[in-house]
Design a binder for this molecule. Structure first.
Ligand code: TRP
Length: 335
């Protein structure tokens, strides 16, 4: 470990993760664990903000996320991996922070506005915005400040949350005349976003993703369904890699420089049909994930090991959070 700075990030338990998660965050997490003291957690309370009435699959979803993390190389001997709801100190911190957070700070949160719009378009009792969902960004702040983290690796969509964390931390420091909470910085990943097989944002609910856990056959089949250059009719027509909606974008992410140039050149000259191109691409992706998928099989068949890692990590994380909370209680002058 080269630095004692703290890196902290988490994911909601959405079940099995896709390649977008891998390239967007997990790969980065694996690197960071060699450089910093890392906490990686699964945000099961955050899942409840919208899925409080669908909790049957929650435990399995948590195990699935952890299984993917471990398969990808997140190492419990280097990082602390934990489950949010096993750290009640975070809930306590959430209470203190909620007392000092102006309501309009949470209302201006852009993600919350989006979620609210989606919810309002639905019918029935799930269409209202509950108190807990309003507090989503404050809970996220409590996660981060439970460990007084220095850096939070996140996607662009979460940067506003980290800014809010800083605002709340500053306000806490002002009110309680301290400099205890650090000014957390977001760490943006430079990796380009991997789009879904249909060219839109990759997402589980859009049915356009490739899972880390997909077999080679499923991956190959999914890649064959990827959108290419819509204006191209026959395979020996000259193609337009820059108008290729998915396949060439994937090549740019998964291929070597030489491969990318070869694909580009052959496509432009009409020497490479889209079907062949995607067959090769499928093979390429399968090669990249072969080792991870092999490792995943081990954890998948030993869920008790995954569970034990989460329980041990949570215990370790809790010890740290307890210390932070003990300071916070003193600063707030609780009984
Ligand atoms: N909001 C994040 C997501 O939707 C998950 C999350 C919760 C998180 N608390 C966090 C991420 C704290 C980073 C830091 O994926």
């Amino acid at each position: 470990m080269q630095s004692d700075k703290i890196v902290f990030t988490g994911m909601r338990p959405t079940g099995k993760l896709h390649l977008g998660h891998y390239l967007g965050v997990i790969e980065n997490m694996v690197k960071l664990q060699d450089e910093y003291k890392c906490y990686f957690f699964i945000a099961d309370w955050h899942a409840l903000t919208t899925k409080y009435d669908k909790t049957e699959g929650l435990k399995q979803d948590i195990i699935d996320v952890a299984t993917d993390w471990l398969a990808c190389g997140i190492d419990p001997n280097k990082s602390t991996i934990y489950v949010q709801s096993l750290i009640p100190e975070t809930a306590e911190l959430h209470i203190y922070l909620s007392m000092i957070t102006p309501q309009n700070w949470v209302e201006r949160d852009p993600n919350l506005k989006d979620m609210a719009k989606i919810l309002r378009s639905k019918e029935g009792f799930a269409s209202q915005i509950n108190y807990g969902l309003m507090g989503y960004p404050v809970l996220m702040t409590a996660d981060i400040l439970s460990f007084n983290a220095d850096f939070v690796p996140v996607g662009v969509d979460q940067v506003a949350h980290v800014e809010l964390t800083r605002d709340i931390a500053r306000r806490f420091n002002n009110i309680y005349k301290t400099d205890f909470f650090k000014e957390t910085q977001p760490l943006l990943n430079s990796c380009p976003l991997l789009c879904g097989l249909d060219g839109n944002k990759m997402g589980k609910s859009f049915n356009n993703d490739i899972k880390i856990s997909d077999t080679e056959e499923v991956t190959a089949k999914k890649v064959m369904s990827a959108i290419t250059d819509r204006s191209r009719m026959r395979k020996d027509d000259p193609g337009h890699p820059d108008e290729c909606e998915v396949a060439f974008k994937y090549w740019k992410i998964f291929g070597t420089q030489t491969e990318i140039e070869k694909v580009q050149c052959e496509c432009q000259k009409g020497l490479r049909g889209c079907a062949d191109c995607k067959r090769q691409l499928g093979t390429k992706i399968n090669e990249k994930f072969a080792e991870i998928r092999e490792k995943r099989k081990y954890y998948e068949t030993h869920p008790e090991i995954v569970e034990k890692i989460l329980l041990d990590g949570s215990q370790k994380a809790r010890e740290e959070a307890k210390q932070v909370l003990s300071t916070v209680r003193k600063l707030v002058k609780m009984f």
